[in-house]
Design a protein around this ligand. Structure first.
Ligand SMILES: Cc1ncc(COP(=O)(O)O)c(C=O)c1O
Ligand SMILES: [Zn+2]
Length: 394
């Protein structure tokens, strides 16, 4: 295949490909480098028309060498839906929703885990472990099952029931923790050596980003190779944002797109908005949020290892970072649902009030081409709608 080596996102140190690694010696995330000239010999814009409607259509820029190790449940190639009615309500003519809820396990986490678990299998991993505030656990459990490998998943007590149940029903070992995702991460970190676990935490191994970057390839392909003006993305650990930015760079180097980039916008919940705070303060990394809280469990990430990469992307792209309240993001689920027929995850729905703020502030113009990422399925968060159930106000 076309992988040449791994490189550190911070100090630039290079590592041999095809060896199991987590972080760089300096503690920062590693990324995958490709021979893009080699990849572009067979992977062309035109060649895509005849390929499978999964993320494996971008095979030449994915790290798995042997086809036998590719684990697929149908991930990727989710629809990019023109949100005509929702756009109309906002006075917009070019609003789109990339609907990631249609992935296996109901979220975009399937992309990262499909590639990371395929690579883990290829590199001889015997046991996998992850801290998860929700959907990452479900996705790991599914692909680990497909690979025939045991998965050990550590989740905060307040994780939505659907995530806990799906992990158990797909055969994972689940441990509930009285704490935040960062506390779960510490446990995985402390025990992994003794237990023989490979840690597939966000950005602590190089391959989940590779799966997530395919969202960037798809948006380009689905918009006929003209990237949108603005992308709003609900951000926790930030793998998707980082991955899409990497995809844009790879596509430019293969001659598929020019140098114009979308303004990338991070959306977070007010109860846990370290990137929004760091962006506003002009800081290059985020401070830890001690009492992180939001019903959008995927956004409950008080400190992300890749925060410095995200902040750099937001600034380079001319984008920004916006926080919204839980009331706003829960209300947005119904607004999106009733206008477009998409039952969004609270994380994805958060993009709508964030867009409204940007329209009000004049930071997005109404005719611009804007893509909201609905990263998951609302049906996995029934507790978040419990007050509505109790009030019987649906
Ligand atoms: C539905 C949903 N949206 C967004 C996120 C945040 O994703 P990331 O950690 O890649 O920023 C998560 C993470 O769990 C999620 O489950
Ligand atoms: Zn380094």
């Amino acid at each position: 295949m076309n992988v040449t080596h791994l490189y550190c996102s911070s100090c630039g140190k290079e590592y041999e490909a095809r060896k199991l690694v987590n972080l760089c010696d300096c503690g920062k995330p590693l990324m995958v480098a490709y021979d893009l000239e080699g990849a572009a010999k067979t992977l062309t814009r035109d060649s895509l028309a005849g390929r499978l409607p999964t993320l494996w259509r971008y095979r030449e820029v994915l790290p798995v060498e042997n086809d036998e190790n590719v684990l697929s449940l149908g991930e990727g190639m989710t629809p990019l839906i023109k949100a005509g009615r929702l756009g109309g309500q906002l006075g917009m003519t070019n609003l789109f929703i990339k609907d990631e809820s249609l992935n296996p396990t109901g979220s975009f986490k399937a992309r990262g885990m499909a590639v990371a678990v395929s690579m883990a299998k290829e590199l001889g991993v015997k046991k996998l472990a992850v801290p998860s505030a929700g959907n990452a656990g479900g996705a790991l459990a599914a692909y680990a099952a497909k690979a025939g490998l045991p998965a050990f998943i550590f989740m905060p007590n307040d994780t939505p029931a659907a995530n806990i149940i799906e992990c158990r029903q797909t055969g994972a070992h689940v441990t509930m923790i009285d704490g935040l995702i960062t506390d779960c991460g510490k446990i995985v970190g402390e025990r992994k050596q003794a237990e023989g676990w490979f840690d597939v935490s966000t950005l602590k191994e190089p391959y989940r980003v590779e799966g997530k970057k395919t969202m960037g390839y798809e948006v380009a392909e689905q918009m006929n190779w003209e990237l949108p003006d603005v992308i709003l993305y609900p951000t926790g650990g930030g793998t998707g944002l980082i991955g899409m930015w990497k995809a844009f760079d790879e596509m430019e180097r293969m001659g598929w797109i020019g140098s114009r980039r979308p303004r990338m916008v991070t959306v977070q919940a007010e109860g846990c908005a370290p990137i929004v705070k760091a962006f506003a303060a002009g800081a290059s990394s985020g401070a830890d949020v001690p009492d992180a809280h939001t019903v959008a469990s995927g956004l409950r990430v008080p400190k992300a290892v890749g925060d410095f990469i995200m902040l750099d992307i937001l600034r380079k792209s001319g984008g920004t970072a916006v926080s919204v309240t839980d009331e706003e993001l829960i209300a947005a689920v119904k607004e999106i649902g009733s206008a477009e027929g998409i039952f969004a995850a609270p994380e994805g729905a958060a993009c709508l009030p964030a867009l409204s703020q940007l329209l009000e502030r004049g930071e997005v113009d109404r005719p611009e081409r804007v893509v909201l990422f609905n990263t998951g399925a609302g049906v996995k968060y029934l507790e978040a709608f419990r007050p509505a159930l109790e009030r019987k106000s649906w």
